[in-house]
Design a protein around this ligand. Structure first.
Ligand code: LLP
Length: 420
């Protein structure tokens, strides 16, 4: 277990069981059932604090936004609002959840490469503070729909390619997002918004990708943005993107290094007067979350492989299938026991590719054992689905010895709730 990406408040108790935020995960699995998404509240709070402290040590003009796509749960919006974070929403649905959680609309930043009329109407009506404008069509749509003048930032694709999975790179020129720098569309968009009677240009935005370990490209992105900034530019939002550990061997940069680099680059290229914003998702919630499953079958194919099947899979964690994402696992009642059996952890879905972990060593895994996969907090619940009629797991917050389901488990009946 040493080195694995568990929350800081992880230990074992006298029985040798895994304990997170004071909760015994064997008991939690029995109480809430499996599969279940568990979150360490202390870890989410301390990651948020790490961002705020890193900034306040270096600047008094900054804002940290929770990129809520990573964990769109009202309790998470509430938690980060309480911590003093603003919020990034990427759809009318996320906006509705942020408002329901009590977010001050002024602190809501609305994204989306194809915001619909309905979404813009909701943003208008609910008093959303800032729109991140993504296309010329959207600018026209805003002018047709908005009843008030709304602050806007222009989303720029600066032509920087960080090294991460192709599907989660977003800053390259060949992208569906934002306005390109090289082809002059970013400057054209700036002129267009400056001339708008419904949008008030206040800054620039860019997000170059996600799960990034090599942070140098962020500096290049700031330098690129600075080439088109004018005196209207009061804030610059550099997106999220900081990578986290999924495996013991991963060694992502600290939040402080990431903040240091961004603050230095913005001060140097834009001066002290500009407010710097970041919008982390994964690095706030990723390692705070873990998923617990029950092992249902152990299939030994002599000389080939041992499959351990759990009661979830690609419906609660699409990342292995979508991105070849890799994870590690332990057993909740003996996390410290050395692994002796090399297994493949499979899900319960009707697809051979429904594999959660290709090779992992576990201590004699058996039917009924509780398998725990760490670092599933970001984009797991967010991308959950009902493939094979699988109800989505509950979201359980663990906080100082108490556990509460902030999202209940879906039921079989829920699967028909919208049927006519
Ligand atoms: N801001 C914008 C405009 C974004 O598009 C994203 C993520 C973020 C902030 C937050 O980035 P983060 O700090 O989480 O890297 N489903 C994928 C990740 C997609 C990220 C999309 N945009 C995954 O499971 O890895």
């Amino acid at each position: 277990m040493a080195g694995m990406p568990f929350p800081a408040a992880t230990s074992t108790n006298d029985e040798g069981h895994l304990v997170v935020d004071g909760c015994d995960l064997v008991e939690i699995a029995a109480e809430f059932g499996t599969p279940a998404y568990l979150f360490s509240v202390s870890e989410m709070r301390s990651r948020a604090r790490a961002y705020l402290e890193a900034f306040s040590a270096r600047s008094d003009r900054f804002e940290v936004l929770f990129a809520s796509k990573a964990l769109p749960v009202t309790a998470a919006y509430r938690l980060f609002a309480e911590q003093g974070l603003s919020v990034d929403v990427a759809s009318g649905g996320e906006l509705t959840m942020a408002l329901a959680a009590g977010y001050d609309p002024q602190r809501i930043y609305m994204h989306g490469n194809n915001k619909t009329d309905k979404e813009l109407e909701l943003a208008d009506r609910s008093g959303v503070g800032t729109l991140i404008v993504d296309s010329f069509d959207e600018i026209e749509r805003c002018e047709r729909i908005l009843d008030r003048k709304v602050d806007a930032m222009v989303r720029v694709t600066p032509g920087i390619e960080p090294s991460t999975h192709d599907y989660i790179q977003t800053g390259q020129i060949d992208s569906k997002f934002g306005f390109g720098l090289e082809d002059g569309s970013a400057e054209a968009a700036i002129d267009r918004v400056l001339g708008s009677d419904r949008l008030e240009l206040v800054g620039l935005h860019c997000h170059i990708g996600s799960q990034i370990f090599a942070i140098e490209p962020f500096r290049l992105a700031v330098e690129a943005l600075a080439t088109i900034a004018g005196d209207w530019c009061q804030m610059v939002n550099l997106g999220g993107g900081l990578g986290i550990s999924y495996l013991s061997e991963d060694d992502p940069p600290e939040i402080e290094e990431y903040v240091e680099l961004k603050v230095e680059a913005v001060k140097r290229c834009f001066g002290d007067g500009v407010r710097i914003q970041v919008e982390p998702g994964r690095s706030l919630v990723g390692t705070a979350g873990l998923t617990v499953y029950t092992i249902g079958t152990v299939k030994r194919i002599p000389g080939v492989r041992t499959y351990v099947a759990v009661d979830g899979g690609m419906s609660d964690n699409l990342r292995p299938m979508l991105y070849d994402a890799r994870y590690e696992a332990v057993l909740a009642d003996r996390p410290e026991r050395e692994g002796d059996t090399e297994v493949t952890v499979a899900g319960s879905h009707c697809e051979s590719g429904d594999i959660l972990i290709r090779d992992v060593s576990l201590p004699d895994p058996a039917v009924g054992d509780i398998l725990v996969i760490p670092a599933t907090g970001a984009y797991g619940y967010a991308m959950a689905n009902n493939y094979n009629g699988m109800p989505r797991p509950p979201v359980v917050f663990l906080d100082d010895g108490s556990a509460s389901a902030v999202v209940r488990r879906e039921t079989w009946q829920d699967l028909m709730a919208r049927d006519r």
